[in-house]
Design a protein around this ligand. Structure first.
Ligand code: HEM
Length: 744
C-alpha cells in the first residue's frame, strides 16, 4: 500500500510529518548540510578588507533570501488558514457516491483558507469585502476543493467579465489608490454598467462584508454543482457552511478603526481561538434540485447571481467541519495551498454555470505562475493522501522519484502500470448530460432578471440592517468623484427599492423622481447611457419570486445563544476591588468567554494589595478589540479611570458600537462619566447622580447595560452580562439614536 494512504482525522497531519523540520538541539548548516562555524561574519581579505566572492556560505544565504518572495494571489491575496476535519452525519448514498459522504464514522482531514478578495497580501483584515472560504478535503478518493465565499452570489454571470470586475475594484491604475476598498470611481463605474451586479451589491453593502470573525461567517459554494449517485442519477446541489457560533458582523466604524488598531484582527481571532481550544465549527448544508426540475423555479440555478431561497428548498445539514489545528508555517501551508474548483471526486460533478466553467480554467492556470511550475500538487499542503500514480513527468521542482521503466500508457514494458481504473474501480465518471446545441456567444434569457432577488434581500433585512446598507452605499458613493456614476448607481437602486434609493440619494446629492414613475425614469436614463457604452447584458423581465422575504438572509435571526470565545475587556486601575473583578470574571470564564484585563498600568494592585498582571495596556487596545466591557468597582480605580480620557473613550465607544457593558460598585461611575445614558435622562431619579446629571438608575434602564452600584448580586450581574454578550449587539441603541449621542 502507498505510504500516503492515510485515513482518519489525523491522516494529513501524519502526511505532513515527513516534511517537517525542527532545529531543536541541532547545528546550523548550509542547504547542503555543511555545518556553519560563524553566521555573523562574511569571509574578507583582511580585517578591514573587501568581502571575497569565494564565500559560498554568504552567497547561498543571500541568494536564497533574494528569492524568498513568490507572486501573491491575483485575487484573495490576503488570507489565513487552519487544519481540521469533516464528518458526515448520515450516509448521502441516495444522492452521491462520494466516499467521504457515505459513512458517519469516516473523518476526512481538511485545510481551510479564509481571505479577502481585493486587498494585497499585507492589507487589512476588516476591509469591506467579500470573504473567501476555501476548503480542501483530503479524501481517500483524492482531493476535493470547495472554493466558496461568505456571500452566496457573485457580481457577474460570465467568467469572461472576471478580469474586468477585478480590475475595476483593485486600486486605480494611475496611482494604485485605494488599497483594499471598493469605495472608488472605477468600481462603481463598472457596477452601473453591469446591472447583473445588483444582487451581489446588496450583500457587499450589508454587514456581511465586515464579519466579526471568520468563525462567525456562513460559506457558500455559490454555483450549482452536481451530486451523482450509484445509479447515475444527478441532482444539482448548492453547498452551504453554517457557523455554530451564528453569523455576526462588526459595525462599520469599528471595522475602520480596527484597520489601524489591529490590521490582523481576523487572522489573530482565528489563531487565538484555535490555540485556546475554542475550535470553530460549521455544519455542511446542501440544497438539492433533481436534474429534471432545473427550470421549475423563478430563477435559473445555473445563474451565479441567484440564490435558492431556503423557504423554497430548505438547507439540509449533512455534516460538520471542525478546525482544530493552526498551521506550523504560514508560507508553507497557507500561502502555498492551491485550491481549484476542478478538484472534484467521484460522485461530485460540475454544472454549466458559465462562471464556474471559466473558473475551471483559471485556478490551475494562475497557480502555474504563482507556484512556479506544474509540480505544486507535490507541495506538502497540496499533496493528496490518496495514492498518486500517473505518467506526468519532470518540470521545475519535481520531488517524486518515479521508478517505473515507462512513462506512457498503454505500455507493456511496465506491466501495463498504472492501469486505468474504469468506473468499476472508482475511476471518475462525468455525468452524461445530453448537449445538442448551436455555438453562441450570448446570455441566456433566464439570466436577465437582475433585480428581484436584490429586492428580496433588501426586504428581508431588519430595520438596522437596512440602515447599515444605506450608510454603506452613502459612504461608498460619497467617495466616488464622478457625478454620473453616483447618479446611475442610484438609478439602479431605484429599480431595487424606491425607499432605499431615496435614502441613499439624499445623502449623496443624487436624484430620484417623485412623479410616481421613478423606476421607469431611472431605467430610461440608464438605457440612454448604456447605449453609449455598449452594455449588452441589459435587465429583462423581473420574475416574481416564490417568497417576498427570507429569514435566512437576515443576521437578525441567527444563533445568539452563546458567549463562547467572546473577548471581554475588564477595565481596571490600581485600587480595583479584586473580589468584584474575580466574581464576574469567573462567570465569564464559566460561559467560555475570554476575560482580558485592560489597564493604563502594566500591573494592577487590587484594594487588598494583590498584584494582577495586565493582559493589554490601554494604549495598545481600543474597545474595538473586544465584544463587551466590564468595569469593576474600587474607589481609587474608578477615580483613575474617570480622569483618563482614553478609558472614557474606551467605554463610550463600546456603547456606541452597541456592545454589552457591565459595571459594579464605583465602576458604575466610570460609565456615567463616559456619558452613557438614555436620551431623556434628567437626573431626577433616586440613583447616584454624576456631575453630568445622569444617574445609575437611568443606566439600569438601558438595554444591555448592567450595573450593580452596591455590588450586591454580582453573580446575577455576570449572568445577565453573559446573556447580553451572546446577543452580540444591542442594536436598539441605534434605533433610539442612543449610540449616536455618545461623544466618541
Ligand atoms: C470567473 C470567475 C472567477 C475567476 C476567474 C477566479 C479566479 C481566481 C484566481 C485566479 C484566484 C487565485 C488563486 C490562486 O492564486 O491560488 C482565485 C482565488 C479564489 N477565488 Fe476565485 N475566481 C472567480 C470567481 C470566484 C467565485 C465565484 C468564488 C466564490 C464562489 C471565488 C472564490 C475564490 C476563493 C475563495 C479564492 C481564494 C482561494 C485561496 O484561499 O487560496 N472565485 N480566484
Amino acid at each position: 500500500m502507498d505510504d500516503r494512504d492515510k485515513s482518519g482525522i489525523d491522516g494529513k497531519n501524519q502526511d505532513l510529518e515527513r516534511s517537517r523540520e525542527a532545529p531543536d538541539g541541532e547545528f546550523l548548516t548550509t542547504n547542503q548540510g555543511v555545518r556553519v562555524a560563524d553566521n555573523q561574519n562574511s569571509l574578507k581579505a583582511g580585517e578591514r578588507g573587501p568581502t571575497l566572492m569565494e564565500d559560498f556560505i554568504l552567497r547561498e544565504k543571500i541568494t536564497h533570501f533574494d528569492h524568498e518572495r513568490i507572486p501573491e494571489r491575483v485575487v484573495h491575496a490576503r488570507g489565513s488558514g487552519a487544519h481540521g476535519y469533516f464528518q458526515v452525519y448520515d450516509s448521502m448514498a441516495d444522492y452521491t457516491t462520494a466516499g467521504f459522504l457515505q459513512d458517519p464514522s469516516t473523518t476526512t482531514p481538511v485545510f481551510v483558507r479564509f481571505s479577502t478578495v481585493a486587498g494585497s497580501r499585507g492589507s487589512l483584515d476588516t476591509a469591506r469585502d467579500v470573504r473567501g472560504f476555501a476548503t480542501k478535503f483530503y479524501t481517500q478518493e483524492g482531493v476535493f476543493d470547495l472554493v466558496g465565499n461568505n456571500i452566496p452570489v457573485f457580481f457577474i454571470q460570465d467568467a469572461i467579465k472576471f478580469p474586468d470586475v477585478i480590475h475595476a475594484v483593485k486600486p486605480e491604475p494611475r496611482n494604485e489608490i485605494p488599497q483594499a476598498a471598493s469605495a472608488h470611481d472605477t468600481f462603481w463605474d463598472f457596477v452601473w454598467l453591469t446591472p447583473e451586479c445588483m444582487h451581489m451589491i446588496m450583500w457587499v453593502m450589508s454587514d456581511r462584508a465586515i464579519p466579526r470573525s471568520y468563525r462567525m461567517m456562513e460559506g457558500f459554494g455559490v454555483h450549482s454543482y452536481r451530486f451523482i449517485n450509484a445509479k447515475g442519477k444527478s441532482h444539482l446541489v448548492k453547498f452551504h457552511w453554517k457557523p455554530l457560533l451564528g453569523v455576526h458582523s462588526l459595525v462599520w466604524d469599528e471595522a475602520v478603526k480596527l484597520g489601524g488598531q489591529d490590521a490582523d484582527f481576523h487572522r489573530r481571532d482565528l489563531w487565538e481561538a484555535i490555540e485556546a481550544g475554542a475550535y470553530p465549527e460549521w455544519e455542511f448544508g446542501v440544497q438539492l434540485i433533481p436534474e429534471e426540475d432545473q427550470l421549475k423555479y423563478a430563477f435559473d440555478p445555473l445563474d451565479p447571481t441567484k440564490i435558492i431561497p431556503e423557504e423554497v428548498i430548505p438547507v439540509r445539514r449533512i455534516g460538520k467541519l471542525t478546525l482544530n489545528r493552526n498551521p506550523d508555517n504560514f508560507f508553507a501551508e497557507t500561502e502555498q495551498v492551491a485550491f481549484h474548483v476542478g478538484n472534484v471526486v467521484p460522485g461530485i460533478d460540475l454544472s454549466n454555470d458559465p462562471l464556474l466553467q471559466g473558473r475551471l480554467f483559471s485556478y490551475l492556470d494562475t497557480q502555474l505562475i504563482r507556484l512556479g511550475g506544474p509540480n505544486f500538487h507535490e507541495l506538502p499542503i497540496n499533496r493528496s493522501v490518496a495514492p498518486v500514480h500517473n505518467n506526468q513527468r519532470d518540470g521545475f521542482m519535481r520531488h517524486t522519484v518515479n521508478t517505473a521503466p515507462t512513462s506512457y500508457q498503454p505500455n507493456s514494458l511496465g506491466g501495463g502500470c498504472p492501469f486505468q481504473a474504469g468506473t468499476t474501480n472508482g475511476g471518475y465518471h462525468t455525468f452524461g448530460e445530453r448537449i445538442d446545441a448551436q455555438k453562441i456567444r450570448e446570455r441566456s434569457d433566464s439570466f436577465r432578471d437582475h433585480f428581484s432577488q436584490a429586492t428580496l434581500f433588501w426586504n428581508s433585512q431588519s430595520q438596522v440592517e437596512q440602515e447599515h446598507i444605506v450608510k454603506a452605499l452613502r459612504f461608498e458613493l460619497g467617495k466616488v468623484m464622478t457625478p454620473h456614476v453616483r447618479q446611475h448607481v442610484v438609478d439602479l437602486l431605484t429599480n431595487v427599492d424606491l425607499d432605499l434609493a431615496r435614502r441613499v440619494a439624499e445623502g449623496i446629492g443624487a436624484e430620484v423622481s417623485s412623479n410616481g414613475r421613478a423606476a421607469a425614469d431611472a431605467m430610461k436614463r440608464l438605457e440612454a447611457d448604456w447605449d453609449k457604452f455598449g452594455v449588452t447584458s441589459r435587465p429583462g423581465k423581473v420574475r416574481k419570486q416564490a417568497v417576498e422575504r427570507s429569514e435566512a438572509l437576515s443576521m437578525a435571526h441567527t444563533i445568539k445563544d452563546t458567549a463562547r470565545s467572546r473577548k471581554v475587556a475588564i477595565l481596571a486601575a490600581n485600587g480595583v476591588d479584586g473580589e468584584q473583578l474575580e466574581t464576574v470574571k469567573a462567570t465569564l470564564t464559566e460561559a467560555e468567554a475570554v476575560p482580558v484585563l485592560v489597564s493604563p498600568l502594566p500591573t494592577v494592585k487590587t484594594s487588598s494589595g494583590k498584584a494582577l498582571q495586565t493582559d493589554k495596556l490601554l494604549m495598545t487596545a481600543g474597545s474595538v478589540n473586544f465584544d463587551a466591557v466590564f468595569v469593576p468597582g474600587g474607589k481609587e480605580s474608578a477615580a483613575a479611570l474617570q480622569a483618563d480620557a482614553d478609558a472614557l473613550h474606551f467605554v463610550s465607544e463600546a456603547f456606541k458600537h452597541c456592545k454589552a457593558l457591565a459595571a459594579s460598585g464605583e465602576g458604575t461611575e466610570v460609565l456615567l462619566a463616559a456619558n452613557i445614558a438614555p436620551p431623556s435622562t434628567s437626573g431626577k431619579t433616586n440613583g447616584h447622580r454624576a456631575t453630568n446629571g445622569h444617574s445609575t438608575t437611568s443606566l439600569a434602564s438601558l438595554g444591555s447595560v448592567f450595573v450593580e452600584p452596591k455590588a450586591a448580586d454580582l453573580k446575577a450581574l455576570g449572568k445577565q452580562f453573559v446573556r447580553a454578550i451572546a446577543q452580540h449587539r444591542d442594536f436598539s441603541r441605534e434605533e433610539t439614536k442612543q449610540a449616536m449621542r455618545v461623544p466618541a
